[in-house]
Write a protein that binds this ligand. Structure first.
Ligand code: PEP
Length: 251
């Protein structure tokens, strides 16, 4: 049985004072039986690692540089994230793909670098609205996944998490229906299963895209939805905790 996971992506939000209040409230209300994590902007990693060190809430960054060191102004390596006791890192978030031009090949290299440093990558895949309307959803997510499988090997997925995030649902308030999410999650699992059935069985696939307290339970009730990657609602303790509670109750 796959343990549910709820991951909060803070994006470029936060402030030292409010971070502490938010995390304190989340830690106090966190249910057992799930893995919960927050992915915070780089400057807050030190604060978050100090605040969460003795709690069950884990933390990570929202991206990384694949190279270990060198002339990469503005970038942060996997080894640097490890120094802040990060356990994991988001890779291939659609905002990184769209706004910063990250390619499948670069994302695959980040995935490999994260794992080499002992970090669990959370690989994000998802189609745009135009791609969905053109009937390309499966082809798009399959090729995003395939790029990582080719670079890292299918077994590497056992030490990672997959997140299906339809671009049209991120930050828009327009959530995929539970049936739409389930269909893509099942497809992704089947893609892995063709190569490595055991890996597919254990692989957690999170849904992300306007998950809120009022729609989380229906999404998490789907057989192949193992939790959520939460943006906006991860910045409000009561919302995030209600989503965590929904995840804890689905298994
Ligand atoms: C995200 O940032 O990955 C995300 C899913 O955002 P939101 O929940 O706000 O749609």
């Amino acid at each position: 049985m796959r343990k549910p996971m709820v991951a909060g992506n803070w994006k470029m939000h936060g402030h030292r004072a409010t971070n502490a209040t938010l995390l304190d409230a989340i830690v106090r209300g966190l249910p057992t039986g799930i893995d919960a994590a927050v992915y915070v902007p780089f400057p807050y990693l030190e604060q978050v690692s100090a605040l969460l060190a003795t709690t069950p809430l884990t933390w990570g960054a929202q991206t990384l540089q694949a190279a270990p060191s060198g002339a990469y102004t503005g970038e942060v390596s996997a080894q640097m994230l490890v120094e802040f006791a990060c356990r994991s890192v988001l890779v291939g978030h659609s905002e990184r793909r769209a706004l910063f031009g990250e390619t499948d090949a670069q994302i695959a290299a980040k995935f490999v670098a994260a794992q080499a440093a002992g970090l669990q990558p959370v690989l994000c895949v998802g189609e745009t609205l135009a791609q969905r309307e053109a009937g390309q959803t499966e082809a798009v997510v399959a090729s995003q996944l395939q790029a990582v499988i080719e670079a890292a090997g299918v077994e590497a997925l056992s030490h990672s998490v997959l997140a299906y995030e339809p671009v049209w649902a991120i930050g828009t308030g327009q959530t995929a229906s539970p049936a739409q999410a389930q269909a893509v999650h099942a497809f992704l699992r089947q893609q892995v299963s063709r190569l490595a059935p055991e890996v597919a069985l254990g692989l957690r696939i999170l849904y992300g895209g306007s998950v809120k307290a009022n729609n989380a339970a229906a999404l998490f009730a789907m057989a192949d939805v193992d939790g959520g990657l939460i943006g906006g609602a991860s910045l409000v303790a009561e919302e995030f905790l209600a989503i965590c509670a929904a995840a804890a109750h689905t298994r």
